[in-house]
Design a protein around this ligand. Structure first.
Ligand SMILES: NC(=O)c1ccc[n+]([C@@H]2O[C@H](COP(=O)([O-])OP(=O)(O)OC[C@H]3O[C@@H](n4cnc5c(N)ncnc54)[C@H](OP(=O)(O)O)[C@@H]3O)[C@@H](O)[C@H]2O)c1
Length: 298
């Protein structure tokens, strides 16, 4: 596993252990993150390795049935580091690779509509050329963001904010469910190139109902404008606050929302039923569980 010290990756490692798998986490040399000790306590083998050291990385991949990446970053991570990991996996004879995609269906999006997803498509082309079986997990937006970063449900003013149509179906999955599904897929040698899941498919009307039910207060919808307006806003924001080194600057989140509101990257068909032990968390459950923090934040 690469990225096991990260938010999603740590949970994938946990889920793999829960399923009885032998897990090796490839962490940066000298990493002092508390997750490293925690991984060790859970029986995960921790290997410190520099991704630029091809022989060491190949050695670290040796004997694995599947390499799982949950790396996060820009070009130097999603394209460069993942390519180093891919080359090492191939050199070590690993049969399967799961890239760090975990997103809306970028295979259906035009080039240039989302910087971070363009990088995933670019790495995907490389992956498809490599002599290794690949499976991408596509999960829509992390549902957890609805009570965090994503400015969609505004608790203080009791509004759900959107562009375009209130009837556009959108895909949401919790980080925990994404981790559980990824772990199950990593242990399943028969997975296809893409697996698509959504804990809940909700329209803005659905989010409005979920927010109202979770809080016991009536939420209204706030349509800011058409998708053309959001596109314009993204352009302006990107010009004013470019933050080119940030993985998730505000304009990137706006690109993600714009993509979702177009309906183009909608996940279909869904593979939720593939591993029946996974119980999918709903938006309302996430809102209820995180109400205190969410109401405080917005
Ligand atoms: N669908 C959604 O809504 C959504 C939302 C958020 C994230 N995601 C995706 O989920 C995936 C995981 O994201 P996350 O939030 O879990 O990320 P994260 O918490 O930032 O963790 C990133 C992991 O990658 C490792 N890493 C980064 N650059 C590295 C490098 N050059 N060499 C070695 N390791 C490196 C980090 O190691 P250190 O701990 O040593 O830094 C860490 O383990 C990404 O693909 C991300 O885009 C999806």
């Amino acid at each position: 596993m690469a990225g096991a010290t990260g938010d999603l990756g740590f949970r994938i490692a946990q889920e793999l252990r829960k399923r009885g798998a032998t897990v090796r986490a490839l962490v940066r040399p000298g990493s002092t993150k508390p997750q490293v000790a925690s991984l060790r306590e859970q029986g995960v083998g921790v290997v410190e390795v520099d991704f630029n050291d091809a022989p060491a990385l190949t050695q670290a991949c040796a004997g694995a049935a599947c390499v799982v990446s949950a790396l996060s970053g820009l070009r130097e991570v999603i394209v460069t580091a993942q390519a180093q990991l891919l080359d090492a996996a191939v050199a070590a004879g690993v049969p399967r690779f799961i890239p760090s995609d975990y997103s809306i269906d970028f295979t259906k999006l035009p080039e240039g509509s989302n910087r971070n997803l363009d990088l995933r498509r670019e790495f995907g082309r490389r992956l498809d050329q490599a002599p290794i079986a690949a499976t991408s997990i596509l999960n829509g937006m992390f549902m957890d963001l609805l009570t965090g970063q994503a400015p969609v449900i505004l608790f203080k003013i009791k509004r759900v904010l959107y562009w375009g149509s209130a009837d556009q179906p959108l895909d949401f999955t919790t980080i925990a469910n994404t981790a559980a599904f990824t772990a199950a897929a990593a242990l399943d040698p028969t997975t296809p190139r893409y697996l698509r899941v959504a804990g809940e498919v909700a329209t803005m009307r659905g989010l409005q109902a979920a927010a109202s039910a979770a809080t016991g207060q009536r939420f209204r919808r706030l349509r800011v404008g058409g998708l053309w307006l959001l596109k314009l806003l993204i352009k302006v924001t990107r010009r004013l606050v470019p933050a080119p080194q940030e993985v998730f600057p505000p304009w990137q989140g706006m690109q993600y929302l714009h993509n979702m509101f177009t309906g183009l990257p909608k996940l279909a068909p869904l593979d939720n039923a593939r591993y029946p032990d996974i119980r999918w968390t709903t938006v309302q459950e996430v809102l209820v569980a995180n109400l205190a923090t969410a109401q405080h934040a917005r």
